[in-house]
Write a protein that binds this ligand. Sequence first.
Ligand code: A3P
Length: 258
Amino acid sequence: ALTSELGKQIKLKEVEGTLLQLATVDNWNQIQSFEAKPDDLLICTYPKAGTTWIQEIVDMIEQNGDVEKCQRAIIQQRHPFIEWARPPQPSARNAKDCMVSYYHFQRMNHKLPDPGTWEEYFETFINGKVVWGSWFDHVKGWWEMKDRYQILFLFYEDIKRDPKHEIQKVMKFMGKNLDETVLDKIVQETSFEKMKENPMTNRSTVSKSIMDQSISPFMRKGTVGDWKNHFTVAQNERFDEVYRKKMEGTSINFCMEL
Ligand code: A3P
């Protein structure tokens, strides 16, 4: 009974056009009135954009590269989600890779709606009818906000291309100054291969009834451009058309392959 209860999908509800978990909606007032302290750090990522990756990088910097300290708890506990009303910095990843990653995530995560076929999911995603809302709204919103507040806007593709350079940016943003050797260690420890093996980041402690990693591993591929293995030529054309319309007027530019 416990297993089936655990395996049950979460209830969803829309707030201002954005699909969220019912538990989040129920706590909406509290979440909206959250006041950050001056030194609070909020990680604001679109689902599947590399949340876990930037969480681990931030904690490694915070702990001055101390691997053992970063093993003190699973990542979900070290950096709780604000929208789960337990007590979120933007990181963006290109929409096509996000869509692919999110599709596989919904296949394996029984708490989230079944994604249906890839063709069906393609429509759901471009219409923003996924939990946590539209990729377009997330990225546009934070991009417009970034110069008005103390926001460090990071791209998944940049971290992938030059992890050390990007980790250094995060470090400076956090007001830290770590040695070259510590930085190199953080680069190593936060690589896809390491994080895939690390029980504190790979969700291996989550029950199979919630996340079935035999369907698709939580640490799936960790690459730029996997969308090319999923998008048909027609889907790609349609996507680019939708993208042009929805992102009209923004200066943001995504790298689609390395
Ligand atoms: P893929 O499904 O394309 O492999 P989130 O943490 O927001 O759920 O994002 C998950 C995505 O980030 C997955 O993408 C996952 O493999 C990727 N990822 C996690 N850790 C990573 C790392 N250290 N390096 C590169 N990609 C990483």
